[in-house]
Design a protein around this ligand. Sequence first.
Ligand code: HEM
Length: 154
Amino acid sequence: MPGVREHQLHVVAVPEGRKPAHPSISQDQICALVERFYEAVWADPTLGPIFSDRIGGDRAAHLEKMKLFWSSVLLRTGVYKGKPVPAHQKLSEVKAGDFAVWLAHFRQTARQVFSPEAAPIVISIAERIALSLWQAMNLNLAHLKPVTTPSKRN
Ligand code: HEM
């Protein structure tokens, strides 16, 4: 989502009736989460090369997109309009162990940034999304194709 500036994120209000994942979570914390987390990810020997190869010099644009994503997920602001599943389905080089590394960095950063009450909630949301992304990446539709023709019923 090029062109969306960080200051725009700060003026986004939580739509009425939509509760944040935890009342203590702020936009500033989301910005800190994304910046610190991707700092760690880019420096990681396993994940760093995947992100550099795929994102290259567009790191700032990726961080802005991820701030919108986590704002939508944690504050229910609805500012993220992307599609994470197809974005990950094309990452054929990613292995199950990479998700474990991703989550280890995420847990560590979330504990640094959020209150002790909010951190476990944020972590469990990330774990749930990670699992569903991994499942979507490994869902081979060919497996769902029927191999036998059902016999006619009378
Ligand atoms: C090993 C684990 C992961 C790797 C290596 C990875 C890598 C990537 C890469 C390379 C992109 C950029 C794709 C592109 O623009 O072409 C991306 C996008 C994204 N990732 Fe991940 N990812 C991982 C796990 C996750 C998890 C667990 C989440 C959420 C909890 C997540 C959320 C997103 C989102 C929201 C985008 C932006 C999609 C879009 O709208 O374009 N990723 N990821």
